[in-house]
Design a protein around this ligand. Sequence first.
Ligand SMILES: [Zn+2]
Ligand SMILES: [Zn+2]
Length: 321
Amino acid sequence: MALHASLCAGKKGDPIVYVELVGKKRALLFDCGEFHLEGAQLRKITDICVSHTHMDHFVGFDRIVRASLVDDKILTIHGPKGIIKNVRGKIAGYTWNITDKLLLKIQVKEYDGTTIQTVFMDSKNQFKVKKLPIRKDKGIVIDDDDIQARYVSCYHKIRSYSYSVKEKLFFNVKKDALSKLDLQPGPWLADLKKYAQKNAYNNREMIIDGQKYTVTFLKEALLMQKKGTKVSFVVDVLFCDENREKITKLAENSSYFFCETPFLEKDIDRATETCHLTAKQAGILAREAGVTLFIPMHISKRYKEVEPILEEAKAEFANIK
Ligand SMILES: [Zn+2]
Ligand SMILES: [Zn+2]
């Protein structure tokens, strides 16, 4: 598997990033303003990570629901305090009396730094709200066999969440390593790769051809770790110490750093007043986080040309797309 990330509405449109899990028929969406995505792409979305619900970040939500109504899937929306009320409001804006052909289920997860509140709504049941047990919030929004996604809460007058997603550790079997240990390949290799992903399994013993081995030993002797892709998404944040520290930690070593660059440094007063970044500030964040590629976005419509913004960001961080 690999992660493929792309901007859905260009640099001046609403800031939306589509992250596809290649080969998995699955995708995540960071924010859902106005986008250019086809029905087939929308139907692959299993998770929407919402920064905050200012209109330019949330207006496209209905289109994703509409495209997915007859799909037997759970669409999960992750977001800050108020997201449950916001999603319920969207759903309540329509009439749901003919639902026999509908299969979509919606789950909303609201993170407040301490707890995660979850509600579940089934289209079959007119999206009636069912509350699920409250869980502890550890800053992790998705954690499954393929990916782990996290968030940090940033200041934007209200809270705006920044997100990152990375591929889980990925292992290949080293060439000739099996024959060196005189082992035959088998289903145990898949188990080993699974155990290798979590340190908790290091001391576990595996019996292969009647011989006992620890996971740590086999991991070192047989497996080679491949660096997974990491994608970060930062929008609508003030350049202040709190945000700076949280964002550089979240985005550390990202392969792709999607970050807002709405203003030029000469308009820093407007940026500060509206709690947004300048291109220069975003470039500083990219450098401090040690990212590989920085993709500027959410450029204010007040500027006719995007070039000066990109030039300003480039002066701080050269590898820009
Ligand atoms: Zn915005
Ligand atoms: Zn905003």
